[in-house]
Design a binder for this molecule. Structure first.
Ligand code: ADP
Ligand code: MG
Length: 140
């Protein structure tokens, strides 16, 4: 296993409910280090670009509206096998199917408003980090 970086978003349902600290505690407890973090209001154009791969899906409009409905916290997480590890810690996309102890099982209220995003591959992690961070804003 190698040290990797992955891209994370604490979504608007997390910021609205003051859960960013609670979610970060789960992330850190799982051995992932938060090496970059910024609270932003995503623009519609940024959200559409970020979720471009889903643009033909029926939930795309709803997803973009949700992602710009309030502030988000964008993060870079670092650790052993960070991409797969964070997907494990997040839990299944639909919180109803997520394992006990995962972020989505613990905090999420629906498949759409599911609290966190995490990259699904090394290639996407790199692209997603580059969309929101400059190298100088990541301190490992
Ligand atoms: P993940 O975030 O687990 O990688 P996907 O990449 O499949 O999941 O979907 C991206 C995001 O789109 C999800 O996190 C969720 O916010 C939203 N989404 C996925 N499926 C649905 C759905 N059936 N209805 C509404 N929103 C959805
Ligand atoms: Mg995905």
């Amino acid at each position: 296993m190698a040290t990797e970086r992955t891209f994370s978003i604490l979504k608007p349902d997390a910021t609205k409910r003051n859960l960013t600290g609670a979610v970060n505690a789960v992330i850190e407890k799982a051995g992932l280090r938060i090496v970059g973090q910024r609270r932003i209001q995503m623009s519609r154009a940024q959200a559409e670009k970020f979720y471009e791969v889903h643009k033909e899906r029926p939930f795309f409009g709803e997803l973009v509206d949700f992602m710009i409905s309030g502030p988000v916290v964008v993060q870079v997480l670092e650790g052993e096998n960070a991409i797969a590890r964070y997907r494990e810690v997040m839990g299944a996309t639909n919180p109803a199917n997520a394992d006990e102890g995962t972020i989505r099982k613990t905090f999420s209220e629906s498949v759409g408003e599911n609290t966190v995003h995490g990259s699904d591959s090394a290639e996407n992690a790199k692209l997603e980090i580059a969309q929101f961070f400059q190298d100088s804003d990541i301190v490992g």
